[in-house]
Design a protein around this ligand. Structure first.
Ligand code: FES
Ligand SMILES: [Fe+2]
Length: 313
């Protein structure tokens, strides 16, 4: 996994207040909890004798282990050992691993890697602001998240995989243009080969993506690494044409009925791709339209460098 990045790990609405939630993300068993407007994540394993903290309780801002009641804050530090009473402090070694966790844009974001003094801002798409109404759904895929991301960087599959839906009538000979900066990768059709009327996709690596379908209409996806070859996709439909809450939401809901069908077409193909994980030494023969995939693979290989110049640093 590329380190020192924010990863989307959950829909924010999936974490209830004052109740610990156990999830596996990025190959780790984590406990998440929400209290007083703040969200926290630590390793799920109690450093005392290995119980699952997710089976415990939220006490104030801390999670309390179900086995002997030890309490841990969001940094993973033990703040209370009940048998010690009030006069004896927990030893410093009694700690589990804490992970910075933030809530933004309806997602929970986990910081993966060394924690700097100042964490970078949560990345997002500036246009997708509060004027938009959205509806989302999730889907679990038995493949590595790298394959799920690559599928959404691939324009050439549209007239094949989606020949009877969004790819109907699309020419098979199309050029793509890729632009990359920092963790962002934008892909559009070469206007010399096809007038796509503003259709493009953009990835914010590692796991956030959007697709401009029409003015004020976007598909947004998060590809959440669970463990090994397991990925959870969060798909959202955003629009800012119908802003009345119920009608706007209903429009997004109906659009997602179609999106589920389209996603099913992708899933059928992608789940059979081998190997399931895109590793550094993957042996595949790329062609011209795979340029975005080559850039993404370089980003994976270099721990987060999109551009050739960055790689040379
Ligand atoms: S195992 Fe968690 S407090 Fe003992
Ligand atoms: Fe697709």
């Amino acid at each position: 996994m590329v380190t020192e990045r924010w990863y989307i790990i959950l829909e924010a609405s999936e974490l209830p207040p004052d109740r610990p939630l156990g999830v596996t993300r990025l190959g780790e068993r984590l406990v998440l909890w929400r209290h007083g407007g703040a969200v926290h994540a630590t390793s799920d394993r109690c450093p005392h004798r290995g119980a699952s903290l997710a089976m415990g309780k939220v006490q104030g801002g801390c999670v309390a282990c179900p086995f002997h009641g030890f309490e841990f804050d969001g940094d993973g530090k033990c703040t209370r050992i009940p048998e010690y009473g009030a006069n004896r402090k927990p030893p410093a070694a009694m700690r589990t691993r804490g992970y910075p966790l933030r809530e933004a844009h309806g997602f929970l974001w986990l910081w993966w890697g060394v924690v700097p003094d100042t964490l970078p801002e949560i990345p997002w798409f500036a246009e997708l602001d509060s004027s938009y109404v959205w509806h989302g759904f999730s889907d679990d895929w038995d493949t590595h998240y790298t394959r799920a991301v690559e599928n959404q960087l691939d324009f050439t599959h549209l007239p094949f995989v989606h020949h009877n839906s969004i790819g109907r009538g699309l020419p098979q000979t199309l050029g793509v243009i890729t632009e990359s900066e920092g963790d962002r990768l934008k892909i559009s059709y070469d206007p010399a080969t096809y007038d796509a009327k503003g259709f493009f996709v953009e990835l914010i690596a590692p796991n956030l993506w959007r697709n401009r379908l029409a003015p004020g209409i976007w598909a947004v996806a998060a590809f959440v690494p669970v463990e090994g070859n397991k990925t959870r996709l969060y798909l959202r439909f955003y629009q800012n044409h119908l802003r009345l809450p119920l009608f706007g939401w209903l429009m997004c809901y109906v659009a997602n009925v179609v999106n589920r069908r389209i996603l099913r077409q992708d899933k059928d193909v992608v789940l059979e791709q081998l190997p399931r994980e895109v590793t550094h030494d993957i042996r595949e023969v790329l062609v011209a339209s795979d340029a975005p995939i080559a850039i993404w693979r370089r980003w994976l290989r270099t721990n987060g460098k999109m551009n050739v110049e960055e790689e040379a640093e």
